[in-house]
Design a protein around this ligand. Structure first.
Ligand code: SAM
Ligand code: DTB
Ligand code: SF4
Length: 348
C-alpha cells in the first residue's frame, strides 16, 4: 500500500492522523478533507484500515443485537420525506394508539428469547407530551427489569424530559441527524438540524448514551454522506451507537422511486464511520432486506457490529430471523454478550 491510509492508532504522520489520540480517546476533530480522503480511498485500503481499527476495539466476530418495536405507529405531524408514518403521505400506515404496557413487555420477552440484548421503542411523535412520557417511563422500567438494554426514539426532547428518561433507567436515546445539514432542508422542513443537535445535547447532558446516525440512498451527493459522517464524528462525544440506514422506499412517500444506492458506497459509508468513531457500535440498520448476504458480509468486514434483528423494523420489513441466523452461522458470527450475560442466536 502506498501509505494512503494510516488509520492504525500507533501510526503517526502521513496524510491521515491516527483515529485515536495518544490518551486513548477517540478524536473528535476530524476535518472534511480527512473524511473525504478516507471515503475516496481505494476500496482495499479503506477496508483494511477499517478492519484494523475494528479489531483494536472489538471482537470482529461478534454482533450486537437490537430489536425494534413501534410502540406508537403512524399519524406523525412531521414531514420527513422518507417516512411512511407521516400523516402527510398516503403510505398505508394507520394512526394507532400508544401500545399497552403488557403488549410491549410481551414483545420484549419474545425478542430476548430470540437473542436480542437491546430493545428499542419507537414512537411516531414530533416530541412526547407529559402524559405520554408517563406511559413510556413504565415501558422503560419494565424492559429494564427483563435485563435488556433499553433504547427509545420519541422525537425531540426537552432537557427535563431527557432527565425523566434517565431516571427511568433508559440506556440509549436514538435521534438521527439523517444527512448533511444542507441536504436535510430538502428532506424535512418541520424541524431544523439545530433542533436535532439540541436534543442530542439534552440526551448527553442527562447522561443517556446517544444513538445517532443517518440514512443513505435518499438521492444525496457523496459530499452529503461525507458531511454527515464528519458531523457525527465531531459531536462533543461520539455516539455510542451509530445506525447507518439505507432508505427503505415506501410507496406514497416523496422519496419513493429514488435511484437505488450503490452497495459499494454503502460499505464505504460503514468503513468510514468505523475509522472515524473507532469505539462506537456501527449498526447496519434499515435496508438489509434489499441487501445481498455478500454486501452485509462486506459491511461486517468494514466494521459494522450491530444489527436490527426480528422480522419488522418499525413499519417495514427486516430479514427473517432464520435467514439472519443462517447468515451469522455462515460468517461464524455470534451475538455480543452484555454485562447481563451471553445471549444465544439459536434459542427461541
Ligand atoms: N419520530 C421519531 C423521530 O423521527 O425522531 C422516532 C422514529 S423515526 C422513524 C427514527 C428514524 O428512523 C428516523 O430518524 C430515520 O433515520 C429512520 N427511518 C425512518 N423511515 C425510514 C426509511 N423509510 N428508511 C430508512 N430509515 C428510516
Ligand atoms: C434507526 O436509525 N433506524 C430505525 C431506528 N433507528 C428507530 C428505524 C428504521 C425505520 C425504517 C422504516 C420503518 O420500518 O418504518
Ligand atoms: Fe415522524 Fe419520526 Fe417519521 Fe419523521 S421519522 S415522520 S418524526 S415518525
Amino acid at each position: 500500500m502506498d501509505g494512503a491510509l494510516q488509520a492504525e492508532p500507533q501510526d503517526s504522520g502521513g496524510p491521515f492522523a491516527p483515529a485515536t489520540l495518544a490518551t486513548g480517546k477517540p478524536r473528535t476533530d476530524w476535518t472534511l478533507e480527512e473524511v473525504h480522503a478516507l471515503y475516496r480511498a481505494p476500496f482495499a485500503d479503506l477496508l483494511h484500515a477499517a478492519q484494523t481499527v475494528h479489531r483494536q476495539h472489538f471482537n470482529p466476530n461478534q454482533v450486537q443485537i437490537s430489536t425494534l418495536l413501534s410502540v406508537k405507529t403512524g399519524g406523525c405531524p412531521e414531514d420527513c420525506a422518507y417516512c411512511p408514518q407521516s400523516v402527510r403521505y398516503e403510505a398505508g400506515v394507520a394512526n394507532e394508539p400508544l401500545m399497552e404496557l403488557d403488549d410491549v413487555l410481551a414483545n420484549a420477552r419474545a425478542a430476548r428469547e430470540q437473542g436480542a440484548t437491546r430493545f428499542c421503542m419507537g414512537a411516531a411523535w414530533r416530541s412526547p407530551k407529559s402524559k405520554q412520557m408517563d406511559h413510556i417511563i413504565e415501558m422503560i422500567r419494565g424492559v429494564s427489569e427483563l435485563g435488556m438494554e433499553t433504547c427509545a426514539t420519541l422525537g425531540m426532547l426537552q432537557p427535563g424530559q431527557a432527565q425523566q428518561l434517565k431516571d427511568a433507567g433508559l440506556d440509549y436515546y436514538n435521534h438521527n441527524l439523517d444527512t448533511s445539514e444542507n441536504f436535510y432542508r430538502q428532506i424535512i422542513t418541520t424541524r431544523t438540524y439545530k433542533q436535532r443537535l439540541d436534543t442530542l445535547q439534552s440526551v448527553r447532558d442527562a447522561g443517556i448514551k446517544v444513538c445517532c446516525g443517518g440514512i443513505v440512498g435518499m438521492g444525496e451527493k457523496e459530499t452529503d454522506r461525507i458531511e454527515l459522517l464528519r458531523t457525527l464524528a465531531t459531536l462533543p462525544e461520539h455516539p455510542g451507537s451509530i445506525p447507518i440506514n439505507q432508505l427503505v422506499q415506501v410507496e406514497g412517500t416523496p422519496l419513493n422511486g429514488t435511484d437505488s444506492f450503490d452497495p459499494i458506497d454503502f460499505v464505504r459509508t460503514i468503513a468510514v464511520a468505523r475509522i472515524l468513531m473507532p469505539a462506537s457500535h456501527v449498526r447496519l440498520s434499515a435496508g438489509r432486506e434489499e441487501m445481498s448476504d455478500e454486501t452485509q458480509a462486506l459491511c461486517f468486514l468494514a466494521g459494522a457490529n450491530s444489527i436490527f434483528y426480528g422480522e419488522k423494523l418499525l413499519t417495514t420489513g427486516n430479514p427473517a430471523v432464520d435467514a439472519d441466523r443462517a447468515l451469522m452461522a455462515r460468517l461464524g458470527m455470534e451475538p455480543e454478550p452484555t454485562a447481563a450475560g451471553q445471549p444465544d442466536f439459536t434459542s427461541g
